[in-house]
Design a protein around this ligand. Structure first.
Ligand SMILES: [Zn+2]
Length: 348
């Protein structure tokens, strides 16, 4: 196994985190992945009809083709209505609690492609006017965007070109401290970084995977149908690389990779999971085994759509998922090494 380019993983991840890609509006992030992957030799790149990126690497042996996936789409919001006050009402993209983005900076992308800055607030934000609103239920009706524009009426907002259906991206607020990477949307940009870094490691050492491997950079995971389509029919296995849920009662850890053996959709493929565990043991990759109680992945999406493959799920430990998340470079290195070991595994 080859050493992982830590500087590359971190830089790629930080740049990807700073590329807005709320689910349904992820083309910039897909473009960024495509540009990065196109620098690696032997990579065949294409887009699916719904805009996901498919990158294929020819194996040194025929047969037993594999697919691997991670998703670039993230949580976000969409403009639902413009209030008479010039504030914007929102609808959520993906599943999260409004309090996790309360007070966050955001960007609204208008239909004409312009970007406008603002913040997400409750409609009774001022403590000096409304008192402490601790009991106010954070629901769609009370959350709003305050635009950093001189607008006080709906007409003034409309004049800017902002309207219903505009996408809203939350500020990722990326910070790297002592090996910790703190940001929104590590789910699943951390997973994408591990996949891309593993292919770069092979490229740097002029290696190919043993079996032809297809990488689907998925763009609709947060709404449940990301990898439902796009996995090539030749693939016999699907390795999903998505974040591991760290928290009370979980074994997952920010400094480890995790293999998830069961989530809300049921168990993952036992034989493939066992093979991955053996690979991790052999290469001394630090990992945990875990079960996620409130979690679905693109593996489940593909199986539900009729996919006939063995599916396993690994990923870096991410604390405070779908909130202000955090992981550690050690987890990224472990996950990247695991993907690399899988690509170099001869399953005959
Ligand atoms: Zn995810």
């Amino acid at each position: 196994m080859n050493a992982i380019d830590e500087v590359f993983v971190e830089k790629f991840l930080v740049d990807l985190l700073n590329t807005p890609s709320p689910t349904g509006f992820s083309e910039r992030a897909i473009d960024f992945c495509e540009k990065t992957l196109s620098a690696f030799s032997h990579m065949t790149l294409s887009r699916t009809h719904k805009g996901a990126l498919l990158a294929s690497l020819q194996g040194s042996k025929k047969g037993h083709e594999r697919a691997l996936t991670a998703h670039v789409d993230t949580l976000g919001a969409m403009v639902k209505a413009i209030k008479p006050t010039g504030r914007l009402l929102l609808t959520q993209l993906g599943g999260y609690a409004w309090n996790s983005v309360e007070g966050e900076g955001c960007t609204v992308f208008s239909a004409s492609g312009k970007a406008f800055r603002g913040s997400i607030l409750i409609n009774k934000a001022s403590v000096h006017v409304h008192g402490r609103q601790v009991d106010l239920k954070r629901e769609d009706e009370v959350m709003e965007i305050r635009l950093d524009e001189s607008v006080n009426t709906a007409e003034e907002v409309e004049k800017l070109g902002i309207g219903v259906g505009d996408y809203v991206a939350f500020d990722p607020r990326v910070e790297v401290v002592n090996g910790f990477i703190r940001s929104r949307h590590l789910d699943d940009k951390a997973g994408v970084a591990c996949l891309v870094a593993a292919t770069k490691t092979l490229h740097d050492s002029s290696q190919r995977p043993v079996h032809t491997s297809h990488f689907l950079i998925s763009n609709f995971e947060e709404v449940g149908h990301g990898a439902a389509a796009g996995i090539p029919a030749e693939a016999e296995e699907l390795l999903v690389v998505d974040m591991a849920a760290v928290g009370e009662g979980q074994t997952s850890d920010e400094k480890f990779a995790t293999i998830c053996v069961k989530d809300s959709n049921g168990p993952y493929h036992h034989e493939l999971s066992q093979r991955l565990r053996k690979l991790a043991d052999k290469h001394e990759i630090p990992y945990k085994v875990d079960i996620y109680p409130h979690y679905g992945s693109d593996g489940g999406a593909f199986l539900s759509a009729g996919g006939n493959v063995a599916v396993a799920l690994i990923g870096p430990g991410v604390d405070a998922s779908h909130h202000y998340e955090r992981t550690h470079i050690d987890a990224l290195k472990a996950t990247t090494a695991w993907v690399q070991a899988y690509l170099l595994e001869d399953c005959e």
